[in-house]
Design a protein around this ligand. Structure first.
Ligand SMILES: [Fe+2]
Length: 322
């Protein structure tokens, strides 16, 4: 099945990125320096990197004919899809397996509380999701993501068919199962990764440098570090204090780096901001998106297109944010 069909049907797809092994090593070394310069923060805006050569390199990976092809195919007339902020590098971003949902979530989860967003999410033309460039494959140190294929249909109107019915029922089971875990599993039980029992889950194994695009409705989690590795790390580095349920180990050669950005159309952006601008201390996120896009080199092909789409969405966002 081609990438575009995979994204629509299964909620995700792999795309090729011709980054050599040597390039990956130098990319990770460059990002390591940038993260350490900023107190080893988990996320950095790529437009803020000191190393300008690195910025240029990374954006050349986003300017990829395979990404453009898929985005063009999922675009609708008058509702084009483009690439959007944040453009970020994430280092060792792991959810704790002790968390009640074991890291499983939908990126559009926060939008489901609003009627306005539910309408948008149900729109068959809604497009919003992540573009991730994974600089390592999945191993016992994590490295990429686990997903539930087809789980993005939740809340959308899709043609009713047998397979769709199956998807919906299995999803319901997954949701109920997570709820069951939330209520009944002791929070400090770290002997088992309960999240791996979520029905229908699949561990993705990208080639280092490969791109995974996934829909904001897809149930997913960052693949956790194996429990036996955590135990070993704790012997060496002491027990790690979990901040906001995130782990903070130094995995040295296995440090995980992922480059994330969004793909979206106007409908997707409006739904995203309806929720995001209602979060405390987050009222300037829309301005930030404009700033990050303006900061991009004018030669980056998607810059103008993205700014135009965002300006169109802004008018409506301002209306419903009053
Ligand atoms: Fe996520």
């Amino acid at each position: 099945m081609n990438s575009y069909k995979n994204l629509i049907k299964n909620g995700y797809c792999f795309l090729t990125n011709n980054i050599s092994e040597k390039e990956i090593v130098s990319l990770k070394a460059g990002l390591e320096i940038e993260h350490q310069r900023l107190n080893d923060v988990k996320r950095i805006n790529l437009t803020d990197l000191k190393n300008k050569v690195l910025i240029k390199k990374i954006f050349s990976y986003l300017d990829n004919k395979f990404i453009t092809n898929v985005l063009d195919k999922i675009s609708k007339i008058d509702n084009e899809v483009s690439i959007f902020p944040p453009f970020e590098s994430m280092k060792n971003n792991f959810s704790s397996i002790r968390r009640a949902d074991h890291g499983w979530h939908r990126d559009c989860g926060g939008q489901k509380d609003y009627k306005f967003c539910l309408e948008k999410l149900k729109n068959k033309n809604y497009r919003f999701g992540k573009i991730g460039i994974y600089l390592q494959t999945n191993s016992e140190y994590g490295g990429a993501i686990d997903i539930v294929p087809c789980s993005h249909f939740s809340g959308r109107k899709v043609k009713s068919s047998f397979s769709d019915l199956f998807t919906k029922s299995s999803l319901l089971l997954v949701d109920k199962f997570c709820l069951f875990l939330k209520n009944y599993i002791r929070q400090n039980n770290n002997k088992i990764d309960w999240g791996k029992f979520v029905i229908g889950n699949k561990r993705l194994l990208p080639i280092p440098g490969q791109i995974i695009i996934f829909d904001s409705g897809l149930l997913h989690r960052g693949t956790p570090i194996k429990v036996k590795i955590i135990k070993k790390l704790e012997e060496l580095q002491g027990k790690v204090i979990e901040k906001n349920h995130h782990l903070n180990y130094n995995l040295r050669d296995n440090n995980k780096f992922v480059l994330y950005s969004h793909y979206a159309n106007q409908i997707g952006i409006e739904s995203y901001f309806f929720h995001r601008l209602r979060i405390d201390d987050n009222q300037n996120e829309l301005e930030k998106w404009f700033t990050w896009l303006e900061k991009l080199d004018n030669r980056i092909p998607f810059k103008r297109k993205s700014l135009n789409i965002l300006k169109k969405a802004e008018k409506n966002i301002r209306k419903f944010s009053l």
